[in-house]
Write a protein of this length. Structure first.
Length: 205
C-alpha cells in the first residue's frame, strides 16, 4: 500500500504508508480508521503486547463512553493539533495506557485524526477478536452489565455460535431493558422497547 502524503508520522516504528498484509475480515483496511487500527495491531503483535494494548484500548473505549470532555477533545475541530496532542497525552497518563497505545494517540493527534478514535477502537477490537479465533458480538443493553452477566452472556453465545465470543458492549437506555445482540448480519432483539412496539402493533390489528 502506498504512502498517503496526508498521513504523517508513525505509530511506533511502522508508518501508515508501510502497512503489511493482515488477514482480517470485513474490509477493515478499506477505511482510514481501519488502517490506523491495523498499524497498532501489527506493532502490538510483533512486540508481543496484544494483551496490554487490548487492555488500554478497552480503557479508552470506556473513557470515551463516560467522559463528555474526552469526546469533545476527540471531535471538536476548534482544538488545534498541538493542544489536542498535549491533552490526549495527559489523558493517556491518567488512564495508565501502555506506550504503544499512547504513541498511537499521539499520531492521531498530530495528523488531526482524533475524530477517528472511536472507529479505530472498534476496528482494533474486531482485528484482535479475529486473531484469537473469536467472533465479535455487539451487545446493547439499557444499563451497564456486570462481570457475572457478561460471563453468562458469553457462555450462552458460545453455546449458540460454537465459537469463542468477544463482546462489544454498548449502553442505550432507550431500549428500556433486555438486550440487542448482533453478530455479523444476524441480530437478536430482545429489548423491551421492541417487545412493546410489537405488542402495540398487534393491538392495532
Amino acid at each position: 500500500m502506498g504512502r498517503n502524503p496526508a498521513e504523517k508520522g508513525s505509530v511506533g516504528a511502522i508508518s501508515l504508508g508501510d502497512l503489511t498484509r493482515v488477514e482480517i475480515s470485513g474490509g477493515i483496511q478499506a477505511s482510514l480508521a481501519g488502517r490506523y487500527a491495523v498499524a497498532l495491531f501489527q506493532l502490538a503483535r510483533d512486540a508481543g503486547q496484544i494483551d496490554s494494548v487490548d487492555a488500554s484500548v478497552a480503557k479508552l473505549k470506556q473513557a470515551l463512553a463516560e467522559s463528555a470532555d474526552l469526546r469533545l477533545l476527540t471531535t471538536s475541530p476548534q482544538i488545534g493539533r498541538e493542544d489536542a496532542g498535549k491533552a490526549i497525552a495527559a489523558v493517556a497518563g491518567v488512564l495508565g495506557l501502555d506506550t504503544l497505545t499512547t504513541n498511537f494517540l499521539g499520531v492521531l493527534a498530530r495528523n488531526g485524526r482524533l475524530f477517528q478514535l472511536g472507529a479505530a477502537i472498534k476496528a482494533y477490537t474486531a482485528i484482535v477478536a479475529n486473531h484469537r479465533g473469536e467472533i465479535t458480538a455487539t451487545v446493547t443493553s439499557a444499563h451497564p452489565l456486570n462481570d457475572e452477566q457478561i460471563d453468562a452472556l458469553k457462555t450462552k453465545l458460545r453455546g449458540r455460535l460454537g465459537r469463542e465470543v468477544a463482546v462489544d458492549l454498548h449502553v442505550d437506555p432507550a431500549i428500556l431493558g433486555g438486550l440487542i445482540v448482533k453478530t455479523g448480519s444476524q441480530q437478536i432483539d430482545g429489548s423491551i422497547r421492541t417487545k412493546l412496539n410489537t405488542l402495540a402493533n398487534a393491538m392495532k390489528g
